[in-house]
Design a protein around this ligand. Structure first.
Ligand SMILES: Nc1ncnc2c1ncn2[C@@H]1O[C@H](COP(=O)(O)OP(=O)(O)O)[C@@H](O)[C@H]1O
Ligand SMILES: [Mg+2]
Length: 330
């Protein structure tokens, strides 16, 4: 197939003056190389299109591909991950991964929690705080976890996010409101084991890739899979297959959440247990990171003895089957 490759490259934005933290959700040259190399080895022809605006320009000029593979996260607002899929739909261009509704729904962690909760999937009690006047009304029990409402890659999930004392809560919330310029999600802190589970396919044929437990070692920021722990995961995090009873529970809940959120082709869902060992939905990632050795989904694949190319082939096949597009060589 001729595949159009759409992405937000960190270096492009750094060159335009954005800070390292502002671009942390975006992808590195290395990740682009991993994806492109794999698609080529699978027999496809890959054209690098660039970011959403470049895609829109080309589509408006009449250019089309057999399929678009977009990992673009978008720059602004709570629908930023929906922007590229929406443009693709507008121009009737077939593409992999979830549609605009699911992309926007899952980026806003409160919206995603509402939908999974209504499907009977446990998720920790929470409040959304858009302005400091709302802080006094928070009636949740301590300890709490404070994170930006529509970020990813651990952005804004740092050592200050875990708040044990009520008197410290206003300061943490104010700092995050100011720094991330968006509402914050204040949630019951879940102190137990943490898992992430990958699925590939489309309802009703959704296959679990694997479920992995995330274990922080002594060098890591304590208790939270923070942005820094993720960035330095090679030295701070141990990843294990989770084949025990709780892992199975996470797979069942994850499968239900994948369907409730309307995910397509692939998604990775995060769960964490409370002190009693019961798992709760944290958030869903319909655009999971795809760095070959560093991102959670390829790490899950590795634990399951699935190679990166096999993982990519499974994702592309899921999308082609959904769209009834034959995967002829490029
Ligand atoms: N309510 C919570 N209780 C305990 N830890 C949490 C909670 N929410 C998030 N975390 C920690 O913060 C990390 C990042 O949060 P997550 O919601 O997955 O955001 P991101 O989109 O940045 O991955 C999680 O992997 C987990 O370690
Ligand atoms: Mg996460």
């Amino acid at each position: 197939m001729r595949i159009g490759f759409v992405y937000d490259l960190r270096d492009d934005y750094l060159a335009e003056g954005f800070t390292a933290e502002e671009v942390v959700e975006f992808d590195t040259r290395e990740t682009l190389g991993h994806i492109e190399g794999s698609l080529i080895r699978l027999g496809h022809e890959v054209e690098r299109v660039g970011r959403g605006q470049q895609l829109a320009r080309r589509l408006a000029q009449g250019q089309r591909w057999d399929m678009v593979f977009s990992i673009a996260e978008g720059l602004q607002g709570r629908s930023r991950e929906a922007q590229v899929p929406a443009v693709l739909e507008l121009f009737d261009q077939p593409y992999l991964f979830s549609d605009p509704l699911t992309m926007a729904l899952t980026l806003d962690k409160s919206m995603a929690k509402r939908v999974v909760a209504s499907a009977g999937i446990p998720t920790a009690p929470w409040r959304v705080v858009a302005s400091p006047d709302e802080i006094d009304a928070i009636d949740l029990e301590m300890p709490l976890f404070v994170k930006p409402l529509w970020e990813g890659t651990g952005k804004g999930c740092d050592v200050n996010s875990l708040v044990r004392e009520r008197k410290a809560l206003p300061g943490v919330i104010r700092a995050k409101l100011e720094r991330y310029r968006q509402p914050v999600l204040v949630e019951t802190f879940l102190s137990g084991r943490e898992f992430t589970v990958g699925f590939i396919g489309n309802v009703p044929d959704v296959h679990v890739l694997g479920v992995m437990e995330i274990v922080l070692n002594a060098r890591a920021d304590a208790e939270v899979y923070t942005m820094t722990n993720k960035e330095l995961s090679e030295s701070r995090v141990d990843y294990h297959r989770a084949d025990d009873a709780v892992g199975e529970q996470v797979v069942a809940l994850g499968r239900a959440a994948f369907a409730a959120l309307g995910c397509r082709d692939v998604a990775r869902l995060d769960f964490r247990c409370d002190a009693r060992g019961n798992p709760y939905f944290l958030e869903a990632n319909p655009l999971p990171g795809m760095h070959r050795t560093h991102s959670d989904l390829p790490i899950i694949a590795g634990l399951m003895k699935v190679t990166y190319d096999e993982l990519m082939a499974m994702i592309v096949t899921a999308g082609c089957q959904r769209l009834s597009i034959p995967q002829q060589p490029g």
